[in-house]
Design a protein around this ligand. Structure first.
Ligand SMILES: Nc1ncnc2c1ncn2[C@@H]1O[C@H](COP(=O)(O)OP(=O)(O)OP(=O)(O)O)[C@@H](O)[C@H]1O
Length: 643
């Protein structure tokens, strides 16, 4: 949208439209004259009622004139009713023409989304146009009626009322164009903000996951400030509009009162003076008020909407007033990633992740999910986090990413408080974020520098997305997120994390839609990526086996160690793995519903839920005694308890 005032072309088209409908315009004028008759009668009858009736001691005559004024009311109301019909006859064809134009355009461009947006604008145009005709017409005929009345009462009254009225109208006419420009600019800023908010709100989770909050907040702040500036500019010009109203509508009242002695000396009767005041306060002032406000708002809206619907325009535009109701996926590259990572010096000194006596609960009165958790993950470590469903694994990654604040304790990433260390970590959630754009934009999303094509391809190859990249047409190809499978989206997100400058990668079931081999390849690549640190909410036994360290979350009884070590000392880990230490006997029965199925005699089966390699939810259900040893579980076996 542009911020230009109505252009000559639009005016010409308007005049052509009016010329073709002169009978309707004539009808409109005729009914408006009847309406204006009421205005005329108001002051005239009042003056006569005073001068010839009440002030002359003839009350009957006075009431008679008041009755005449009263008769003018239904006549005027009848005229107003007919006026609405005439305005409709004028505006409906405009709507029909616009609808025809819009439908042709929609069919030509085969874009039904654009069509619905445009027909909405047609309705706005119809309303704004009707409002405009009503206020402009009302002002012209009311002013004519009132001025005719003033002239018939006493011509000197015109000398007092007419100059400020003309000055006010002239001032308003002068501010109209700049005001329309400011109004259009304000609407544009408002729409831009609404559009951006719609996009951001639809992708809040992904923005958070990508650590782009600051960038998004910065963009939104820019939009908000732009709208604020536009609102200030509009308000400044709005003040001039109010001044024009004061000069044209209120000043005549003051002048009439101040000039009363002079007017009376020049033969103006008291009744005529009261009649003049009635004309100004009851007719001219309200009509001018309507004109100033109506033209200021309906006029600007109509200008903006008509320009959008103009035949010259080809690209569909967003609707004028309401914010987009259906959030759209971002079409441009979304917010930029966090700044560059910390220096290698800092990395080598501080552990990648430290949780010190961290307690976290989702609500002030809810039971903590984590209680006094201590954890240190040295730089370069590959840590797998396992535990039953709902135990707090995702919560832990969110705390590590600085997305959740601990109730007590502290989380540090490479020595910095987690919320301030966004540039040092990348969190890949289960639902991978891919946006409409090129593959290159998607892959380099967390980089601030421009990434050479070879590096993009190498990263994709490293995490196992090379074939996908090729199949989609290479880095320059555009991607439609809806056309990708969940696993393909995960591969893109993993390649993006690989390219990220952040040394700490947090995978929260980010490979659950990949097959075991693909998962292994991606994890290995992320682990080996320039000595990066990898924390994986493990989804399969194979993932935990690959890790240097495993954190077994179990409420208060969290265990930490290597795979073999944990098999020896963590009953829960043994259950999760679905095996017993040789000779250790069956694992102690557990009450976690995701893990143990009980019958009246106690535990009879060990079960776990998880996602299979193809993304299906599965339940591993094995009668006690038939559980296979760890070596036989195979890479593809989902790890119990991962929902
Ligand atoms: N936003 C939230 N508000 C309130 N409670 C929550 C919220 N998110 C998670 N929880 C609760 O916190 C606990 C831990 O959830 P979390 O998602 O961290 O578990 P998880 O181990 O990752 O589970 P899963 O393996 O099923 O993903 C659960 O009881 C869950 O219901």
């Amino acid at each position: 949208m542009t911020g230009r005032a109505p252009d000559a072309g639009m005016l010409r088209r308007g005049l052509r439209f009016g010329r073709a409908r002169w009978p309707v315009l004539l009808r409109l004028a005729a009914w408006s004259v009847l309406e204006a008759g009421q205005t005329f009668l108001l002051g005239y009858a009042l003056a006569r009622a005073l001068d010839e009736g009440f002030l002359a001691g003839r009350a009957g005559t006075g009431f008679g004139w008041l009755a005449v004024a009263g008769l003018g009311v239904p006549a005027g109301a009848y005229g107003t009713g007919r006026v609405y019909g005439a305005v409709a006859a004028l505006v409906e064809p405009l709507r029909d023409r616009l609808v025809t134009h819009v439908v042709r355009r929609g069919v030509r461009e085969a874009d039904r989304g654009a069509l619905s947006g445009l027909t909405q604008q047609v309705e706005i145009a119809r309303e704004a146009c009707a409002g405009l005709v009503m206020v402009a017409r009302s002002f012209v005929f009311t002013a004519a009626g009132a001025l005719a009345g003033l002239a018939s009462l006493a011509p000197p009254l015109l000398l007092v009322v007419l100059p400020p009225l003309l000055a006010g109208v002239a001032l308003f006419a002068a501010v109209l164009r700049p005001l329309a420009r400011r109004q259009a600019a304000f609407l544009a800023a408002d729409e831009a903000l609404a559009g951006e908010l719609g996009t951001v709100c639809a992708g809040l989770r992904d923005v958070t996951a990508a650590g782009a909050e600051e960038r998004v907040a910065g963009d939104l702040t820019g939009r908000i400030e732009a709208e604020l500036r536009a609102a200030h500019a509009l308000a400044r010009w709005g003040a001039l509009r109010v001044t024009s109203l004061a000069v044209g509508g209120h000043l005549p009242v003051v002048l009439l009162l101040a000039a009363a002695p002079w007017l009376l000396r020049r033969g103006v009767t008291p009744g005529a003076l009261v009649g003049a005041l009635a004309y100004v306060t009851q007719s001219l002032l309200p009509a001018l008020q309507n004109l100033v406000h109506g033209l200021g708002t309906s006029g600007a809206r109509l200008t903006v909407v008509l320009r959008r619907l103009a035949p010259a325009a080809s690209a569909p535009q967003p609707p004028t007033t309401p914010a987009p109701t259906v959030p759209q996926p971002p079409t441009a590259p979304p917010p930029q990633p966090p700044a560059a990572p910390a220096s290698g010096r800092r990395r080598s000194r501080a552990p990648a992740l430290v949780l010190s006596r961290v307690t976290f609960a989702y609500g002030p009165h809810s039971e903590p999910v984590l209680r006094d958790l201590d954890l240190t993950v040295p730089h370069g470590t590959h840590l797998a986090v396992v535990g039953p469903s709902g135990i707090g694994k995702s919560t832990l990654t969110a705390l590590a990413a600085g997305l959740l604040p601990p109730r007590r304790g502290e989380v540090r990433v490479y020595g910095e408080p987690a919320p301030a260390a966004r540039a040092l970590r990348v969190l890949v959630p289960q639902e991978a974020y891919v946006f409409t754009g090129t593959l290159a934009e998607n892959l380099a999303h967390l980089r601030q520098d421009s990434v050479p094509e070879e590096e993009l391809c190498a990263a994709a190859e490293a995490v196992g997305a090379g074939a996908l990249l090729e199949a989609l047409g290479g880095p320059g190809a555009r991607v439609d997120p809806a056309a990708l499978s969940a696993g393909e989206r995960q591969l893109i997100a993993l390649a993006r994390a690989y390219l990220s400058p952040a040394p700490l990668v947090l995978l929260d079931e980010a490979t659950c839609h990949l097959d075991p081999r693909a998962e292994a390849r991606a994890e290995r690549a992320l682990r080996e990526r320039s000595g990066g640190t990898l924390v994986v909410v493990a989804h399969r036994i194979s993932s935990a086996r690959r890790a240097d360290r495993v954190l077994v979350m179990d409420g208060r009884h969290t265990a930490y160690g290597g795979h073999e070590e944990l098999l020896r000392r963590s009953a829960l880990y043994r259950e999760l793995v679905g095996a017993w230490e040789p000779g250790a006997g069956p694992a102690p029965p557990r009450s976690h519903p995701a893990l143990a199925l009980r019958d009246a005699d106690g535990v009879d089966a060990v079960a776990g839920t998880g996602l299979a390699g193809d993304g299906r939810h599965v339940v591993a259900h094995r009668p006690v005694g038939q559980v296979q040893p760890p070596g036989d579980l195979g890479d593809g076996r989902p790890l119990g308890g991962q929902g």
